[in-house]
Write a protein that binds this ligand. Structure first.
Ligand code: DOR
Length: 429
């Protein structure tokens, strides 16, 4: 296949220019201006589009095993591809949790059998994500885990987390911290502020997150483990990451679209459609996160795609499930949140950095690389959750007009998504 006429953005090759990309046998075969299509070669016209190394969402909840009514590996990866992602890392808060090599292998096997994007499982840090018993990190990594996290929960005992990090010291795969102090959070269902007061809802402030961000940055320093802070949501969290870097720390961090674009007032308008962990914070926190994207503090855009059924989201702020779908609105919401961000940095946050942090293939379209490619364009479109490939139709962005979208998603040289729709009913297998 030839991807012709597009603007190729490949930061690792320092490329940002009109160049065609030839794909052969699943890999990038040639890059150059005005390449000629050979006989029988398919041509994808990328005129007016950007062509980038495949986007990787390193924070996704696929609900398999255990909660396939919310999402399956197949529906979640269809949503990923539709959103422009060629790969996702999936979190271990499935039922049961991904805490044994066998369970990791099962996810890898299910994904191989029927998925629309590459799937990299993240294994738990503690057995059952209960925060107590350590696991065999080497065996989990060997089985296919690319990172470790009790995501959805925080490992609350600092000694357990330190011992886990020391046990995993020689194992590739970062620790990914979900930062919420359970005791400080108590029964809070949203951020504490004027809105929580007006709604008389149990609430807690950003300190819930900040104490764990600080703790985990210190543990990263003391254990020398590769470390990544998930879904940063506070100004002080940003400052703590900056502080750790002045000390030579190299922990990385991510931000979600919803924490960049929304604040706690959204709960008054949207109710449980805006219920998420960590919660939507103040407008000042959101502004600090947008600055942190611009100044380089934030390493990764990650959605925390958390699909739930309609019934699970229907219980009001006190009882509804936490989180919402993110994959299919990601590119548009990031572009809306930071419209002045350079496309080079956009690609770094969505491809180069997640590939590096996870230690997985991708992040560049150097000749010889796997042909995992995202074609996107600045085109306005309106969010209709009913059209999502994800089983999770809940999103605080329903009805929003977004300025950027995925045009094509090419995985292993196959056109999986074209103009927002699955180009094939066939999975990658
Ligand atoms: O909002 C969230 N939903 N945050 C999490 O950490 C977990 C996720 C889920 O699994 O639903």
């Amino acid at each position: 296949m030839l991807i012709a006429g597009g603007r190729l953005i490949d930061p690792l090759q320092d490329i940002d220019s009109l160049l065609d990309v030839r794909i052969h046998a699943g890999t990038v075969a040639e890059i150059g201006p005005h390449l000629h299509a050979s006989a029988g070669e398919d041509v994808f016209d990328a005129t007016g589009c950007c062509v980038a190394p495949g986007f990787i969402d390193m924070h996704v909840h696929l609900r398999e095993p255990g909660e396939q009514e919310k999402e399956t590996i197949q529906s979640g990866t269809a949503a990923a591809a539709a959103g422009g992602f060629t790969a996702v890392a999936c979190m271990p808060n499935t039922k049961p949790a991904l805490d044994t090599p066998q369970r990791i292998q099962n996810v890898v096997g299910l994904a191989r059998a029927a998925s629309f994007a590459h799937v990299y499982p993240v294994a738990a840090i503690t057995a059952g994500r209960m925060g107590k018993d350590l696991l065999d990190y080497r065996a989990l990594h060997k089985a296919g885990a690319v990172a470790f996290s009790d995501d959805g929960a925080t490992v609350m005992n600092a000694a357990v987390l330190r011992d886990a990090a020391l046990a995993a010291a020689g194992v590739a795969g970062a620790f990914i911290s979900h930062c919420e102090d359970a005791a400080l959070k108590g029964s809070a269902v949203m951020h504490a502020g004027k809105t929580s007061q007006a709604l008389s809802l149990p609430a807690a402030g950003g300190v819930v997150e900040d104490v764990i961000v600080a703790r985990d940055l210190l543990l990263a320093e003391d254990t020398a483990k590769k470390w990544h802070i998930a879904h940063l949501s506070t100004r002080r969290g940003v400052e703590l990451v900056q502080w750790s870097r002045t000390r030579g720390g190299n922990a990385t961090c991510e931000v979600t679209p919803h924490h960049l674009l929304l604040d706690d007032e959204a709960v008054a308008r949207l109710g449980a459609e805006a219920k998420v962990n960590p919660p939507l914070r103040s407008s000042d926190d959101a502004a600090a996160l947008r600055s942190a994207v611009r100044d380089g503090t934030i390493d990764v855009f990650a959605t925390d795609h958390a699909p739930h059924s309609f019934a699970d989201k229907a219980g009001g702020m006190l009882h509804a499930a936490v989180g919402f779908s993110g994959l299919e609105v990601a590119l548009g919401t990031y572009a809306l949140a930071v419209p002045d961000l350079s496309l080079r940095r956009f690609v770094e946050l969505l491809s180069v950095n997640p590939a590096r942090i996870l230690g997985v293939r991708g992040g560049t379209l150097r000749v010889g690389s796997p042909a995992d490619i995202t074609v996107f364009a600045d085109r306005q479109w309106k969010v209709d959750p009913q059209a999502f490939y994800s089983e999770g139709k809940s999103t605080p962005f329903a009805g929003w007009t977004l300025p950027r979208k995925a045009i094509a998603t090419i995985i292993d040289g196959h056109l999986v998504i074209s103009n927002g729709s699955l180009a094939t009913a066939d999975t990658l297998a």
